[in-house]
Design a binder for this molecule. Sequence first.
Ligand code: PLP
Length: 335
Amino acid sequence: MTDPAPCPGIEDVRSAARAIEGVAIRPPLIRSDLDENLWMKLETLQPSGAFKLRGAANAVAKLPKGVSGVVCCSTGNHGRAVAHAARALGIPATVCLSELVPEGKVRAVEALGARVIRKGRSQDEAQREADRLVESEGLVDVPPFDHFDVIAGQGTCGLEILEERPEIETLLIPLSGGGLAAGVAMAAKALKPEIRCIGISMDRGAAMSVSMEAGQPVEVEEVPSLADSLGGGIGLTNRFSFRMCKDLIDEVILLTEDEIYRGMQALYWTERLVAEGACAVAHGAVLAGKHKVSGPTATIITGRNVDMTQFNDVAQGRDVTLGGVTVEGSPWTTS
Ligand SMILES: *Cc1c(COP(=O)(O)O)cnc(C)c1O
């Protein structure tokens, strides 16, 4: 194996904090109504709707001079973040999407000022088109989590939490590719080494959790989930986020779809928040008895780009069908 590349540290997070100023906001950290010791960082309020703007804005700001533009291939929160950050910093953005991506999502990316190229019939083919543009047009690919500047950018969220409430003892962090968890845990432990960092994923298709157990990145089958932003692999050639999560995450909690469903209901009925299933994992873990809040604790409400029909179905206690599997609903009660 070649020498591992150095991972970002707290100075990179401080530098990111300066770089993203004026693009990302500093959302409030508010007290939960579920537990008076639980605090929630409302990344749902970021322009483009998710914390991913932090990493994307830092990566775009740190591009070498004279780069002709950036490229990525996500319809989700990362694609929006790259398009938004690039526009804010005056750099052209290209988003490669497969021909199967629905028109509405294509228009949403175009509305953020990005050039959209439709190519192929899968995410992999769209990624190959992005790779081709890196070669032919000199564009720089901005990946969603496994990137030095992206992780340093996500770390600013942890820095803000600890600056505002240094008494926080535990962080409950939604975990997928691990860019958020790596950055936040690194920044938090730099300021407070004894802080406990807990990653939370769904119990099926959680690539980072399976990889941490295996001691190396492994592929898992992706399955539909209420926490759809937590799906996807970590990449077999992962360079940063896997090593950082393995070193910095003290515990991983895995939730069933029923537990995520309950968490989403708690967000709605208790917190009066509309947010993605990925944001409901801390509430889901607490309600399921998989985590007991003891001492000041913070979680990150990561994004608001939820399917409103599905969210409404969950809030109302109706059944939700995901890729042929039905999560049985029941009305919210607080007993
Ligand atoms: C990307 C994302 C996550 C997970 O972040 P990772 O860095 O991939 O672990 C969680 N919630 C939302 C809303 C996201 O968009």
